[in-house]
Design a protein around this ligand. Structure first.
Ligand SMILES: Cc1cc2nc3c(=O)[nH]c(=O)nc-3n(C[C@H](O)[C@H](O)[C@H](O)COP(=O)(O)O)c2cc1C
Length: 237
């Protein structure tokens, strides 16, 4: 008896199209937007970023995807460029990202090289952050040791004084001028491998990967990558 057949679709929570589309990016965009619009988790744009330290050790942590440039095929996160991840990326620009949306039973794996965001992208995002976050970016030498929390609070107060922040006015929502720290900015992750995974109630999950060649190229006035056409492969789950 054929237990597994086309009628099993009714049990599935999701399916990848058959045949696979030429590019994975429209599906990625849809999944990303659906996760955001569902409003059922605080950070639907949270992704695990895996890097390789200069000594060859892997390291992973969560960062937020602040832009998904589907027309370019890259995702952007922002961070302190002298943090552990920043130093890792400088030594080995190849990274891997994982997004997981539990409510829709979807996982995305993105892999590829990085490049620094154009200054305009980093400036625009930094300016959009709450003033407390902008103070924090100056005060925290991310990933470096500190003696006590009190010491950290002292560093935050010193930044408030340095930029003459009127905290009462800032709390009323008045504009606060704090420039972007020189070693804080965006990192673009250019995809040369994308894997889309969706779970199925029948446990016959759906999984496919797309790969392409990337060539270093000037993109929007900054170093980036131009991509070849994608090659797609359905993969056993
Ligand atoms: C939900 C969540 C979102 C985060 N987003 C960021 C982010 O966008 N950028 C960042 O630098 N750190 C972010 N962090 C903190 C990182 O996970 C990490 O602790 C920090 O960047 C230091 O990592 P590193 O020492 O490996 O560089 C986030 C943490 C959580 C839990």
């Amino acid at each position: 008896m054929d237990i597994y057949g086309p009628s099993m679709g009714a049990l599935s929570s999701g399916r990848l199209p058959e045949p696979l589309p030429e590019s994975p990016l429209p599906i990625l965009r849809t999944w990303f937007d659906e996760a955001r619009d569902a409003k059922d988790q605080p950070n639907p744009n949270a992704m695990t970023l895996a890097t390789i330290d200069p000594d060859g050790r892997p390291s992973a942590r969560i960062v937020l995807c602040k832009h998904l440039h589907d027309h370019l095929g890259c995702a952007v996160f922002f961070t302190n460029l002298d943090s552990r991840k920043g130093r890792a990326v400088e030594a080995n620009p190849r990274v891997s990202l994982v997004l997981h949306w539990d409510h829709t039973d979807r996982q995305v794996r993105l892999e590829g090289p990085t490049s620094p965001s154009p200054d305009a992208e980093s400036d625009a995002y930094f300016a959009s952050r709450r003033w407390e976050s902008r103070v924090g970016a100056w005060a925290s030498d991310q990933s470096r040791p500190i003696g006590s929390r009190q010491e950290l609070l002292g560093k935050l107060n010193a930044v408030v004084d340095r930029f003459g922040v009127d905290v009462e006015a800032a709390s009323r929502g008045e504009p606060v001028e704090i420039p972007r720290p020189p070693r804080w900015g965006g990192t673009r992750v250019w995809f040369d491998r994308v894997e889309l995974w969706c779970g199925s109630a029948s446990r016959v999950h759906d999984r496919a990967e797309w790969t392409r060649e990337l060539t270093p190229s000037e993109i929007e006035g900054a170093p980036g990558y131009a991509g070849s056409a994608w090659a797609s492969t359905r993969v056993q789950p």
